[in-house]
Design a binder for this molecule. Sequence first.
Ligand code: BES
Ligand code: MN
Ligand code: MN
Length: 464
Amino acid sequence: MSAINNYIKENKDRFIEELLDFLKIPSISADPQYAEDVKHASEYLAGRMKEAGIENVQIFPTKGHPIVYGDKMIDPSLPTVLVYGHYDVQPPDPIDLWESGPFEPVIKKTELHQQGAIFARGACDDKGQLYMHVKAFESMAQNNGLHCNMKFMIEGEEEVGSDNLEIFCRENRDLLQADVVLLSDTSIIANDVPSITVGLRGLSYVEVEVTGPNRDLHSGVYGGAVANPINVLCDMIASMKDDKGRITIPGFYDKVIDLTQEERDALNSAPFSLESYKKDLKIDDVMGEEGYSTLERTSTRPTLDVNGIWGGYIGEGAKTVLPSKAFAKISMRLVPDQHPDEITQIFVDHFKAIAPDGVKVEVRPHHGGFPAVTPTDTKEYMAAHKAMVDTFGKEPIPQRGGGSIPIVAMFEEVFGVKSVLMGFGLDSDDIHSPNEHFGLFNYFKGIETIPLFYKYYAELSNSN
Ligand code: BES
Ligand code: MN
Ligand code: MN
């Protein structure tokens, strides 16, 4: 491995520069105005993949944003690993809260990143983490270090639900055939506490519209006599949780698989400091479902959260108005065995049922995704485990993640292929927030660990 490690050291600056150029492209998948930039990012990535020595690099157009594919097949008797990542990013707003431009990457030290971190939208989620795989490939290829057949599938629509990826996968079964999926789009517990993600939550996302009177009204002339859709929406949202923090939508918990006490104890034994958690977020206390720890609330329990709410007058000063409409975007994080479509349907039914007669409501479902759990008794988990032991000098802890990555459950359903979630970010890297960043330590730790994954995966595949 030392040849590979030397190569990584010698090319360190270039590996950083290339990532910075990638980060300058505002590949915001949610906003149609950025469609050309998303395309540009796919072309930039395809170019770098070819330079790294990846073969058959192709950009597949979809109804939405393109998918970048490439492979390197070295020997049919060796296992095939499919690397997944996403080159699209979340919108950067609120833009005023960024200390430097979201698409003007800079390197700065932070308390947790003493070796410096790259600040830019997508630095950690997921351009920086997917680019580790491109540079790991280059480092292996240049040093006779390829141990497996490899395929790359990097999409541009993860942040908007991966709808076209599923179609692409179903239409290209042969092209994508693999033994396992490897992705880095999750986090480790801390730079000295490695972990491997063994579960993801699912997602149901809806937008609601509440309409009261047919037009905005004078709030003195009509206020108190006509339903105010903003007041009504707030009441409706508030009623969807009880005083124990449990969601009141009938049937919401029906399919939730409760963990055994043993599983809960194991999960809660992971290193976690509630004090540092509160300090980092500058909050005096945490809040959530009664009877569960913070780690459980963010991994094995389902949630309902308002992501945005608007309506009425929000300009300067005061305008007395009783608005005609109110809106909210609501997400529900799901756990096994909740089904995103079923949850969306019971939400729609419930939301309509609790609406008072003075308003009309509409619910528009957005994307969804299934929850996933990945086993720890597989070759791929063992390979990731051994690779991390080598580079961190410590055993990684299996941990369930709270976020969602729709491809993981989808790939298992379509191809019967499992994923290994070997991410290198930190939860405090501010993904989706202003000032997203990714530690240089983490970037290079990933580039060093990935080649070892292939080495061990090939060895373990050979032994049975
Ligand atoms: N990389 C994240 C998911 C993630 C982050 C998982 C940290 C575990 C730990 C991914 O890009 C993401 O943000 N997914 C979306 C879901 C999508 C359907 C919009 C999410 O979780 O909100
Ligand atoms: Mn991601
Ligand atoms: Mn994301």
